[in-house]
Ligand binder design. Structure first.
Ligand code: PBG
Length: 326
């Protein structure tokens, strides 16, 4: 093997043209998905305290906001709803005129080319804040499935392009796939939150979506952060049930999982750069401790290098602008 001084690694790092020529991983705006929170019963956008610059939107404003996102070249939004009424079974999650169903209709009317992805999960809609129905103090898997597929179907009927179940009940992908097919939506893709870990990084989201569990935690359905083989089993099952895209979430502490899923299957992979990952960087940047733009670009390229095809990130609008400047 030839080595120094014949080989000099620094030769290809001399200027940006050379560096760009040998760059192995790229990030482009077409790979970004921007999450949006739509809240019922508010008149003006309300900033989420723990997520500077991220808003809860009144449904009347959402069309305009999506248009702004579309102009930046971002192809897709991921919708979360915050209803004004919650109950034991999350009825507003699958109400025909629920908050997300209304938002989908508006977006499709005002910014029709934007892909609308919807989060399918009951936790924002249940009074107890869990992702399914409660029986004997625990989340009942099979009884929750029917509600989740009703929710997914109501989103698709309202015009959603992709549904993204995030509840981590067993069998949800197959149940939802079946429900969509039965109602003539065999062309609607399912993005499965396959490897979703029980994570402290969801903290700011729970303020944003008002979905903190009122008792206990989500460890009986979300994954233990120590487990990688189990993540591959989750992915395998979701593929068998008909997932079109598999997701790893959160992203930064789980780059090894993204890589293993990439090596394990050929499906498109989404990575969710979650609220805590966003807020942590924002807080450090606001203190002047890190250079926000540099750090965000480094994080996102790291997620791409690990193997993700698409990234769900609250930084999407900033990144879209930065990519234009490069
Ligand atoms: C569940 C859901 C959560 C997130 C996305 N979908 C929260 C949870 O499981 O507690 C987290 C997203 C984020 O932190 O940015 N509906």
């Amino acid at each position: 093997m030839t080595s120094f001084p014949t080989v000099r690694m620094r030769r290809m790092r001399q200027n940006e043209k050379l560096r760009s020529l040998v760059r192995e991983t790229r990030l482009s705006v077409e790979q970004l998905i921007y999450p949006l929170f739509i809240a019922e019963g508010i008149q003006e956008p309300r900033e989420i305290t723990s997520m500077p610059g991220i808003m809860q939107w009144p449904v009347e404003h959402v069309g305009r906001e999506v248009e702004r996102i579309a102009k930046l070249g971002i192809p897709a939004v991921l919708l979360f709803g915050i209803p004004s009424e919650k109950d034991e079974v999350g009825s507003q999650a699958y109400a025909t005129q629920g908050i997300v169903q209304q938002a989908i209709q508006r977006i499709k009317a005002e910014s029709p080319d934007t892909l609308v992805i919807t989060d399918v999960c009951l936790c924002e809609y249940t009074s107890h804040g869990h992702c399914g129905v409660i029986r004997n103090g625990d989340v009942h898997n099979d009884e929750s499935l029917g509600l989740l597929s009703r929710m997914a179907l109501s989103h698709v009927e309202a015009g959603a392009d992709i549904v993204a179940p995030s509840d981590m009940m067993d069998g949800r992908i197959g149940t939802i796939r079946h429900a969509l097919d039965e109602h003539g939506f065999s062309q609607t893709p399912v993005m499965a939150y396959s490897a979703k870990f029980a994570s402290g990084f969801y903290g700011p989201f729970r303020e944003a979506a008002d979905s903190t569990p009122q008792f206990g935690d989500r460890r009986s359905y979300q994954m233990d952060s120590a487990n990688a083989r189990e993540a591959l089993r989750e992915v395998e099952l979701d593929i068998a049930e008909g997932a079109d895209i598999v997701m790893v979430k959160p992203a930064m502490p789980y780059l090894d999982i993204i890589r293993q899923v990439r090596d394990y299957c050929d499906l498109p992979i989404a990575a969710y750069n979650v609220s805590g990952e966003f807020s942590m960087i924002k807080a450090a940047a606001q203190n002047g401790w890190i250079d926000e733009r540099r750090v965000v670009m480094e994080v996102l390229i790291g997620i791409r290098r690990a193997g993700a095809d698409m990234i769900i990130t609250y930084f999407a609008p900033d990144v879209a602008k930065w990519l234009k400047e490069e």
